[in-house]
Design a protein around this ligand. Structure first.
Ligand code: F6R
Length: 266
């Protein structure tokens, strides 16, 4: 597992966006796994900038989002469909048919979850999955205690999450109580995982995720078992890490460049 500590949120976001852009440039039909929340906003802004200024092409890209509330129509301003539309999709040239989020309005939810898994498989699997992390170590809506082998399914939201969301709705009854989420097993099937975290309120979760034992009580720790996982954090989110990670080479290309520089200077 690669841990990269960046100076600030902007640098973290730039690196995440450049990793995604690299995948898209190498494979125009890339399948991206996307997240909502405040953490990836900077990454999406950077991808939009790359699209507008450098022509980064999303015309063949396919996306699958991690999760969606049950019972919110896509046009609802608190739905993840709406979030993704506003913060990424409407600013880039991705065809609407290539965009997938779990269908939170489907009455046959069990079949909808199975279909989502099948659609990911039919698309050839996720090439790169972007992840945020909850302060309690959740990934997507896989809260502490979730099965580490879980697949896309319906989850009841934590009481705390429901309370926190109350401020976005007129009535408490309107606050979603359930969500569809990719499972931890689904996330682990991605070819590459990039987890982002900024701010001090994520420091503890990041320390356990990187340096603690793998446990279902902290779902994010599963990334330790992923063959190609990168965790990018800002200084604040890195503040409880005990080991030094500064010299971790970002990838093979960087390692090879390093060997070449060493050879030239010897
Ligand atoms: C959202 C998601 C969540 C968030 C996490 C962090 O699709 O999967 O697990 O990544 O709750 O949220 P923020 O980024 O708002 O701190």
């Amino acid at each position: 597992m690669e841990v990269v500590i960046k100076e600030n949120y902007q640098e973290m976001s730039k690196l995440a966006a450049s990793m995604i852009a690299e995948v898209v440039r190498k494979k125009p039909r890339a399948v991206l796994g996307l997240a909502t929340g405040s953490t990836p906003l900077g990454t999406y802004q950077e991808l939009i900038r790359m699209h507008k200024e450098q022509g980064l092409d999303f015309s063949q890209v396919v996306t699958f989002n991690l999760d969606e509330y049950i019972g919110l129509p896509p046009e609802h301003d608190q739905s993840y469909h709406y979030f993704m539309q506003e913060n990424l999709f409407k600013h880039i040239n991705i065809p609407p048919g290539n965009i997938h989020l779990p269908p939170g309005m489907d009455e046959d939810l069990v079949a909808a979850c199975e279909r989502y898994e099948q659609m990911i498989r039919d698309a050839g699997g996720i090439d790169i999955q972007l992840l945020g992390i909850g302060a309690n170590g959740h990934i997507a809506f896989n809260e502490p205690g979730s099965s580490l082998g879980s697949r896309t399914r319906v989850k009841a939201l934590d009481k705390k999450t429901i309370e926190d969301n109350t401020r976005f709705f007129e009535h408490i009854d309107d606050v979603p109580k359930f969500a569809i989420t990719m499972g931890i097993g689904t996330i682990m099937d991605s070819r590459r995982v990039v987890m982002l975290a900024n701010k001090a309120n994520k420091a503890h979760a990041i320390a356990i995720t990187v340096e603690g034992p793998v446990t279902a009580l902290v779902p994010a720790t599963i990334v330790q078992l992923h063959p190609h996982a990168t965790i990018i954090v800002d200084q604040d989110a890195a503040s409880e890490l005990k080991r030094a990670y500064e010299h971790t080479p970002r990838d093979l290309t960087e390692a090879i460049a390093y060997i070449r520089r060493q050879k030239q200077s010897s």
